[in-house]
Design a protein around this ligand. Structure first.
Ligand code: ADP
Ligand code: MG
Length: 263
């Protein structure tokens, strides 16, 4: 294997996150180590408040970590190391450039309500990348086709179901050609009958080779699609491994209890 392939797409080492300061500080991540190989799917499970969203947000610099390091594609996020090994915070435009390589899909879809599905997908490539409208439109139509929405491109978010809106959100994230996609409970806000269409799109994306980190309670998705399952509790990774081990032969009592509730 070449070095390029051996470098994980994501490597978090000793990541701590504290919100606030001093005695008031809330220590939300307590030394998280995580490696996500290229082209793999990692599913993160854990009870509410265990730090799953915070970890995802640290992986794309929506939150600044308190200690530790995160590398994406071998590049340190947020900092540059000088010849003396001292870290310097990167300029915000550089941080924005790093972030633009990482797509994120949230529980709530965050679409622009005044733009059509097509315009939502075209927005960032035109505004951020300076792509021509014509090129952005061609690409957006391809992506909306890929998520099964060819017949909805001129619809506004309010005219779409939750599942359709989430698929537009996925297409919108893909429009920036991310190397890594992060999903934070992408189906939790959906009516049960709409969950499947979003999971199918995510499964197709995984099959196409996208590197994905997915916070979800959909154990079936974890079992079928994940290469690696991580269970977090209280700001730490308590157990991790292949789905068949973590889901079917959990060793940690806290994981056993969690699975008994979600299954
Ligand atoms: P999960 O996604 O696993 O439910 P979160 O990462 O959202 O957990 O939250 C973990 C803990 O961090 C919770 O106690 C939450 O209240 C706290 N938290 C999250 N974001 C912030 C913030 N911006 N400021 C202060 N506390 C926060
Ligand atoms: Mg969360």
């Amino acid at each position: 294997m070449s070095d390029v392939q051996a470098t994980p797409m994501v490597e978090a080492r000793g990541v701590h996150k504290v919100f606030g300061h001093g005695a008031e500080g809330l220590h939300v991540l307590r030394g998280v180590d995580l490696a996500v190989p290229r082209g793999s799917v990692t599913v993160i499970l854990g009870p509410s408040g265990s730090g799953k969203s915070t970890l995802l947000r640290c992986l794309n610099e929506l939150e600044q970590i308190t200690a530790g390091s995160v590398h994406v594609d071998g590049e340190l996020l947020g900092y540059r190391e000088d010849a003396q090994g001292v870290l310097h915070r990167l300029h915000p435009t550089r941080i924005a450039a790093q972030r633009s390589r990482i797509g994120m899909v949230f529980q709530r879809f965050h679409l622009f309500g005044h733009l059509t599905a097509l315009e939502n997908v075209m927005e960032a490539p035109v505004q951020v990348r300076g792509l021509s409208k014509r090129a952005a439109r061609t690409r957006a139509l391809e992506l909306l086709d890929r998520v099964g929405l060819t017949d909805r491109v001129e619809h506004y978010p309010a005219q779409l179901s939750g599942g359709q809106q989430q698929r537009v959100a996925i297409a919108r994230a893909l429009a920036m050609d991310p190397e890594l996609m992060l999903f934070d409970e992408p189906t939790s806000a959906l009516d049960p009958e709409l969950v499947g269409e979003v999971l199918t799109v995510m499964q197709d994306l995984a099959a196409s080779g996208m590197t994905m980190v997915v916070v979800t309670h959909e154990i079936g998705f974890a079992r079928e699609v994940a290469d690696h399952v991580v269970f977090m509790d209280d700001g730490a990774i308590v157990e991790q491994g292949p789905p068949a081990e973590v889901l079917d032969r959990p060793s940690e009592p806290r994981l056993q209890e969690f699975l008994a509730h979600v299954l």
